[in-house]
Ligand binder design. Structure first.
Ligand code: NDP
Length: 369
C-alpha cells in the first residue's frame, strides 16, 4: 500500500461512523436492560458507593451471537471490521476527542461536591483534559468509566473475530493465528466472567475520566492489543510443536497467577477471614493481605498479566518486534503504575504499608524486582 492509499484508509466513512454508533448504542441499551448482578463499588471518601450492573458477559455473548447469525444469513459482513480497521481506528479516535471535550466542559460546569462528581480543576487545560476532572461522570444514569472499559474489551474481541473471519475467507488460517485467537478469547471472556473484580481496580477507584482513560479504553485496548492478529494476517510463521507447548505453558502460568492474585485480593476485601490457599490469611494491620500471591510479591497480578501478554505475541515468532508491542507497552505501563500505586498506598496506609513492604519486599518479580 503506498502512502496516499494508506492515508486514505484512515479517512472515516459514514459506514464506520454508523458501525461505531451502533456498537455504543447497543452497549448503552442492552447494558441497561439485560439482567446482571448489581455490584457495590468501593466506599468513596464521602461514604457513598456506586453500584455497577455486571452483565457484560451476557452482553458480549448476545452481541457475538447476533453478529454470528447476521453473518451466517448474509446480513452483516464478518470481515467488516477487518476491512475497515484503519478508518474505524480514526473514527474512534475522533469520538474519544469529542467525548473528552464534552467531559471537560461538563466537569468545569459541575457544582456537585460528591466524591464521584466533584470537579478537580487545576486550571491547566491540557492537564485537566488529559487526566479528567470528575472521578465518575455519568450519562443518562450510565457510569461512563465502566461503560468505556467494557466497550474497549468487547471491541478488542470483535476486531479479533473479524480478523479471524478474514483469515478463514482468505484460506490462510495458521496455528499461530489459532493460538493467538484462543488465548485472547479466554482472557477477554474471563474478564467479563469476573467483571465485578473491575469495580475495585485502580482505574475505577482512583483515576478520573479524561482523555488518558477514554483513549486507553476505546482506542488503545482494541486497536493495539490486536496488533498480533493484524500482523499474522500478513505474515507466515512456522511453529514447532515444542514452541506451541511452551507458548501454552506461558499463557497458562500467567493466567493462573493473574487471575489467582486478583481473585485473592477481591475475596479478601469482601471477607478478610476467607482462607487463602486453604489457610487463614496473614494480614498486616487488619487491612493488607500478605499471604497467597500477595505474600510473594506486592503486585504478582502484574507479573501474571505480563506473562499472558507475552503469550499473545509468542505465536508470531521472533522475526519482528511489531507483534511484541503489547507486552512491551504493558511492561512499561505496569512498572509505572506500580510506582504510582505504591505512592498512593504508602500515603493511605502509612506505617501498615511500611510493615507490608518489610514482610513482602518484592514489587512484581520475586528475587528480581
Ligand atoms: P491492583 O488490582 O493491584 O490494585 C491495587 C490496589 O489494591 C491498591 O491501590 C490497594 O487499594 C489494594 N492493595 C494493594 N496491595 C494490597 C494488599 N496486599 N492487600 C489488600 N489490598 C491491597 O491494581 P490495578 O487496578 O492496577 O490492576 C488490576 C489488574 O488489571 C492487574 O492484574 C493488572 O495487571 C491489570 N491491568 C491491565 C492493564 C492492561 O492494559 N492489560 C492495564 C492496567 C491494569 P485499596 O486502597 O483499595 O486497598
Amino acid at each position: 500500500m503506498d502512502l496516499q492509499a494508506l492515508l486514505q484508509a484512515f479517512i472515516p466513512s459514514w459506514t464506520s461512523v454508523i458501525m461505531l454508533l451502533a456498537f455504543f448504542t447497543y452497549l448503552a441499551i442492552a447494558g441497561s436492560i439485560l439482567p446482571g448482578r448489581i455490584i457495590p463499588g468501593v466506599t468513596l471518601s464521602d461514604g457513598t458507593r456506586l453500584h455497577y450492573p455486571c452483565n457484560g458477559l451476557l452482553l458480549l455473548l448476545l452481541l457475538v451471537s447476533v453478529l454470528g447469525v447476521g453473518g451466517w444469513m448474509g446480513l452483516v459482513s464478518p470481515t467488516a471490521i477487518a476491512d475497515r480497521g484503519l478508518e474505524l481506528l480514526s473514527t474512534t479516535l475522533i469520538f474519544s476527542l469529542f467525548v473528552t471535550l464534552l467531559l471537560y466542559i461538563a466537569g468545569c460546569r459541575s457544582r456537585d461536591q460528591s466524591s464521584s462528581l466533584k470537579p478537580h480543576i487545576t486550571g491547566n487545560l491540557i492537564h485537566d483534559w488529559w487526566f479528567g476532572i470528575q472521578l465518575n461522570p455519568q450519562f443518562m444514569g450510565i457510569d461512563l468509566k465502566f461503560y468505556f472499559v467494557r466497550a474497549g474489551m468487547m471491541g478488542w474481541l470483535l476486531i479479533n473475530l473479524s480478523v479471524l473471519a478474514k483469515c478463514v475467507q482468505e484460506a490462510n488460517l495458521s496455528r499461530s493465528m489459532i493460538l493467538y485467537q484462543l488465548f485472547c478469547f479466554i482472557y477477554i471472556l474471563d474478564y467479563f466472567f469476573y467483571e465485578e473484580f473491575m469495580t475495585s481496580t485502580w482505574d475505577i477507584i482512583a483515576e478520573r475520566l479524561g482523555f488518558m482513560l477514554v483513549f486507553g479504553d476505546l482506542v488503545w485496548i482494541p486497536f493495539t492489543f490486536s496488533i498480533q492478529g493484524w500482523w499474522l494476517l500478513n505474515n507466515e510463521v512456522e511453529l514447532t510443536t515444542a514452541a506451541i507447548i511452551a507458548n501454552c505453558l506461558v499463557f497458562l502460568i500467567g493466567y493462573l497467577v493473574f487471575r489467582g492474585a486478583n481473585k485473592q485480593k477481591h475475596v479478601f476485601k469482601k471477607n478478610p477471614k476467607a482462607l487463602i490457599w486453604g489457610r487463614p490469611p496473614k494480614v498486616i494491620g487488619g487491612k493488607l493481605l500478605a499471604s497467597g500471591y500477595w505474600g510473594i510479591a506486592r503486585h504478582s497480578n502484574y507479573l501474571g498479566d505480563l506473562l499472558v501478554a507475552l503469550s499473545f505475541s509468542l505465536p508470531c515468532g521472533i522475526s519482528s518486534p511489531v507483534p511484541y508491542f503489547y507486552p512491551i507497552y504493558l511492561f512499561i505501563l505496569l512498572i509505572w503504575r506500580e510506582r504510582r500505586d505504591e505512592a498512593r498506598c504508602a500515603q493511605k496506609y502509612k506505617e501498615i504499608w511500611a510493615e507490608y513492604k518489610k514482610v513482602v519486599p518484592w514489587r512484581i518479580l520475586p528475587y528480581v524486582y
